[in-house]
Ligand binder design. Structure first.
Ligand SMILES: [Zn+2]
Length: 168
């Protein structure tokens, strides 16, 4: 069993959870990986036992570029986890990776939930967050032995009009 500390919270990864162990081991090496099904070849996230497309239990790690687009987002204003109380309000983004967009159906893609950070690894400001903005992965060392893949805005022209929530 591996126990990590992150923002004053304890994160436990059991020994039999080789999917999350491998995911975080790769993050320590500054690599963003997802699972690739050995039978149908589809990539998937988040880490899990079986392929959601063909139910196969065989898979291998596959390194992805870490670049993508904000597919959706939320601004957290109430810190459910005490460790995030100094962060509110902060964005949580659903990132659609560049790999496997529109597969296996046009509505599907490889999407990852993460925090959106600025250059100082602090939460990105709400006014800078918008659906459609380009992002890339960054690896944040939460402690000596625990690294978390997060995302940061990328200075790239979006491929579609941006959308941003406007409070009334
Ligand atoms: Zn499969």
């Amino acid at each position: 069993m591996a126990e990590y500390q992150y923002k004053g919270m304890e994160i436990i990864v059991p020994d039999n959870d080789r999917e999350h162990q491998g995911y975080f081991e790769a993050a320590r090496e500054r690599r963003l990986v997802v699972q690739r099904c050995s039978d149908c070849g589809k990539l998937r996230w988040e880490p899990g036992t079986a392929c959601p497309w063909c139910t196969s239990l065989t898979w291998e790690w596959h390194q992805v570029s870490g670049k993508g687009t904000i597919y959706s987002y939320q601004i957290v204003t109430h810190p459910i986890q005490p460790g995030f109380s100094d962060w509110v309000p902060y964005p949580v983004v659903l990132v659609e990776l560049d790999e496997q967009r529109g597969e296996p159906t046009e509505d599907e893609a490889l999407r990852i939930v993460a925090n959106l950070l600025d250059d100082q690894n602090e939460p990105e400001k709400e006014e800078n967050v918008a659906i459609g903005k380009r992002v890339e992965v960054v690896f944040v060392d939460a402690s000596e032995d625990f690294t978390i893949p997060q995302f940061r805005l990328l200075d790239e022209t979006p491929g579609a009009p941006l959308w941003q929530f406007q409070a009334t």
